[in-house]
Write a protein that binds this ligand. Structure first.
Ligand code: ATP
Ligand code: MG
Length: 180
């Protein structure tokens, strides 16, 4: 069997990793790892600004061929300045949209996009339209809980992570290198 990815026609998929269980972002990053191994250009846009730099963000800075964007300052879970959050989300979506439409990255991850959709910071119909109209060779991976129905309807592949156990329930804190 040929192992030459170049032999195969490019056919982009819209992939959604949703559900309450752990593994959505890490599944998307596993796909990034695989795509980079095939010399595909990859872009990741994270729609949440964490308190700390995540492990993936630290590592991403060292990887050629990987464009890694994190939503601008302003967005936190307990922020009371919603207009600032909204502006940060809109700016991140504008960058993601431009990346998708440009077609230069065959794999694009929109990590935690569902949160800004569910907060109403970014228009769901607009996102679904842009994803449906993406270049044919571009695959997009969307992660986050409570993915909207219209996004699921547009997707080719949907996996719902179901939590059966999580150490958080035993009072164990998030682990460096495992959770962030
Ligand atoms: P990961 O980034 O580890 O793949 P995720 O993307 O599936 O997780 P998110 O909803 O983005 O999950 O939440 C990220 C953080 O919440 C991680 O630190 C993760 O360990 C934690 N988490 C995920 N699922 C659960 C759960 N069922 N109970 C408690 N904490 C969780
Ligand atoms: Mg996540």
């Amino acid at each position: 069997m040929s192992d030459d990815a170049q032999d195969r026609p490019a056919s982009g998929l819209l992939i959604v990793y949703t559900g309450n269980g752990k593994g959505k972002t890490t599944a998307a990053l596993g796909l990034v790892f695989r795509a980079l191994g095939r010399d595909l250009r990859v872009a990741v846009v994270q729609f949440i600004k964490g308190k700390w730099k995540t492990g993936e963000r630290r590592f991403a800075e060292t990887i050629p061929g990987l464009t890694f964007l994190v939503m601008g300052r302003g967005f936190t879970w307990d922020s009371d300045d919603l207009s600032r959050d909204r502006a940060a989300a809109a700016a991140a979506w504008a960058e993601a949209r431009a990346l998708i439409e440009a077609g230069q990255h065959p794999v694009i991850v929109l990590d935690e996009l569902t949160y800004v959709l569910n907060y109403g910071f970014v228009s769901i119909p607009e996102v679904v339209d842009v994803l449906r109209a993406r270049p044919a060779h571009v695959s997009v991976v969307v992660t986050g809980r409570n993915a909207p129905e219209s996004l699921l309807a547009a997707a080719d592949l949907v996996t719902e992570m179901q939590s059966r156990k999580h150490p958080f329930e035993q009072g164990r804190k998030a682990q460096i290198g495992i959770d962030f």
